[in-house]
Design a protein around this ligand. Structure first.
Ligand code: ATP
Ligand code: MG
Ligand code: MG
Length: 581
């Protein structure tokens, strides 16, 4: 949209070009008051992507002007997350780097008669703006006080001679404007709070409105890209740069990402934690980026999703299924396939001798030799997943039932259920099956996964805990529930987490962890306990990744000490879209 950046003075343009050599410079400006979320992944892709497309660069700038809410933990997490997504900022900067320079410009603005110290209360300011009824607007008596008086008062603010709320510096903008963001915005306020970088050096802090555009200007940002709720703020952004006669970037807006079935706002996420609905800010049911990472979502899937959204200005709610499909696509490429049973059911093959032992070769990824193969034992006793057996058969059911056969993965032979042995309480103890000779039945319609009971070869591998996640909310738009008694929190899905203790997997699980640990990439990740990069496809079930609650060292793997290891796995995503949707 050329022509939207009102004239810049020629000498400012000259200075700007001397500094940038005409290069595109963008910035990603998060406030370090929480973890980044999936919406920020869009902002990161827009800012880094736009710069990259034009051969330019993108800075990370922490917008840290609210010391009460900001913490070093979030500062660290944000950079870590950006790097995890595969981006490297040209420079890492902080708004607080410019506190002195911003202060000097505030003095300059006051000297020019374009800012004044005001002692009105919040209520009074609201009334000046027409109040709730949006009635007539008027200016306060401080607006016309002499420049010298405002300068002296601003100095008193800085020296700590006012309590918080007793004095603010306001910009003398345009109370007549139809744009609410031009009604004499606050530039500085008194705040006795320790800042995570500047400590107690300052007791006045600049506002977002005063800081953001000036920091963009200092850094010679060419395109200040932001979300659409800032459209109105374009006017005060340009006003302040012009008032101070500094270089003025162009502000462009794109639509904010909203995905179905979740909440992203930091305040709401904190509330979910406070009420105990989630365990932490990286609880895998959330859509914060640390949560998605912990869950096992590959960063490539998030970037592909963000790229597919593109830079639009229409505010649409994006179905989270689109992200899930990118996750399936990525994991389908990289995850080894293994057999697992979430709820194991014991099967005895009555016609296989007790001492029978053979090994069956299985590819880690059918039709892709680069993944290699592994061997699984085959013995008289094995486990299948209980979901693959039904006592009451039906014509459209192609798995195991009494007197019905089903194929076994990796084998051309089928098993036929001949008996169901029950426990005293009526539950199923085990199935008795016959291992059928090849050609006994028509080719089975389904081949189920199976895991031999062969302790001497480490089979099965026991999964100490498997965590199955479902959407955290019952409705696509939890905010719709705000008129329900209990508010949006009443929409939380009580079954969003299912913890399974007795799941098992075949030996390929441990074998592929050992293979991964033998690669340079695997050694690096595992030595830092980035276990979420250990991902599998559990055949016919879904994609799973190790959770950080897993207890496992590189030494355990290298010395083959599976007994020392505690495996905790997250279901990243099911194999197919939920048919209910
Ligand atoms: P939240 O309301 O979740 O706290 P925020 O806008 O306050 O988000 P910031 O840390 O200020 O978060 O955001 C940094 C940058 O990321 C800003 O440029 C902001 O516009 C952008 N951003 C934040 N949320 C989204 C989103 N949902 N979609 C796209 N961009 C976003
Ligand atoms: Mg913000
Ligand atoms: Mg916010």
């Amino acid at each position: 949209r050329p022509g939207e950046n009102p004239q810049i003075k020629p000498e400012l343009t000259k200075q700007h070009l001397a500094a940038t050599k005409g290069m595109v410079i963008t910035r990603f400006p998060p406030e370090p008051n929480g973890f980044l979320h999936i919406g920020h992944a869009k902002a990161i892709n827009v800012n880094f992507g736009y710069a990259k497309t034009h051969g330019g660069m993108c800075n990370l700038r922490y917008d840290d002007t609210n010391p009460e809410k900001e913490e070093q933990e979030y500062v660290d997490s944000i950079l870590d997350t950006i790097r995890w997504l595969g981006f490297e900022p040209h420079q890492v900067l902080y708004s607080s780097d410019y506190f002195q320079r911003l202060y000097e410009l505030a003095v300059k603005l006051t000297e020019k008669g374009l800012a004044y110290v005001c002692h009105c209360t919040g209520e009074e300011i609201n009334a000046q703006r027409g109040g709730e009824e949006r009635g007539p607007r008027f200016t306060c008596k401080h607006r016309e006080r002499p420049v010298s008086e405002s300068l002296a008062e601003f100095q008193k603010m800085k020296e700590g001679r006012y309590a918080s709320g007793e004095a603010i510096l306001r910009m003398k903008m345009d109370m007549e404007s139809g744009n609410t963001t031009m009604w004499d915005l606050v530039a500085y306020r008194v705040l006795y709070a320790s800042h995570h970088r500047t400590g107690t050096e300052w007791c006045i802090y600049p506002t977002y409105d005063f800081t953001h555009c000036l920091c963009d200007s200092f850094e010679n940002i060419t395109h200040s890209l932001c979300t659409r709720e800032f459209v109105q703020c374009r006017e005060p952004y340009y006003w302040l740069c012009d008032a101070l006669e500094v270089y003025k970037p162009v502000q462009w807006e794109y639509s904010r990402l909203v995905v179905t079935g979740t909440v992203l706002s930091k305040r709401k996420v904190q509330e979910l934690r406070a009420k105990g609905f989630i365990s932490a800010l990286d609880d895998p049911r959330l859509y914060t980026l640390p949560a998605l990472r912990r869950r096992g979502v590959p960063p490539e899937a998030i970037n592909a999703f963000a790229r597919e959204l593109g830079v639009t200005t229409a505010d649409t709610v994006i179905d989270v299924v689109r992200l899930e499909n990118h996750i399936r696509g990525c994991l389908g490429e990289i995850a080894p396939r293994i057999m697992a049973a979430i709820h194991p059911l014991r099967v005895v093959l009555e016609n296989v001798p007790e001492d029978h032992f053979e090994e069956v070769e299985m590819p880690y990824k059918p039709n892709d030799d680069s993944f290699g193969v592994h061997k699984v034992p085959f013995t008289r006793v094995m486990y299948i997943d209980s979901s693959d057996f039904r006592e009451v058969d039906s014509a459209d059911y192609y798995r195991l039932a009494p007197n019905k056969s089903v194929g076994l993965q990796g084998l051309s032979r089928a098993i036929m259920c001949t008996d169901v042995r029950k426990n005293a309480d009526g539950s199923i103890a085990e199935l008795v099956c016959r291992y059928e000779a090849e050609g006994t039945h028509a080719k089975p319609k389904t081949f189920i996964q199976w895991i031999a009971d062969c302790p001497k070869l480490g089979s099965p591998v026991r999964l100490d805990e498997v965590r199955l996640y479902n959407p955290l909310f019952n409705h696509d738009n939890p905010k719709d529930a705000s008129n329900v008694p209990g508010g949006w929190l009443s929409d939380v899905n009580k079954d969003s987490l299912e913890v399974v203790k007795g799941a098992i997997a075949e030996v390929g699980l441990w074998d592929s962890i050992k293979r991964y640990a033998a690669t340079a990439a695997g050694k690096k990740e595992l030595s830092q306990h980035n276990v979420e990069t250990v991902r599998f496809q559990f055949k016919r079930i879904g994609y799973f990744a190790l959770d950080k609650d897993t207890a496992m060292t590189l030494g355990d793997i290298e010395n083959d000490q599976l007994a020392n290891v505690k495996l905790v796995m997250n279901r990243v995503v099911t194999l197919k879209e939920d048919p209910k949707k």
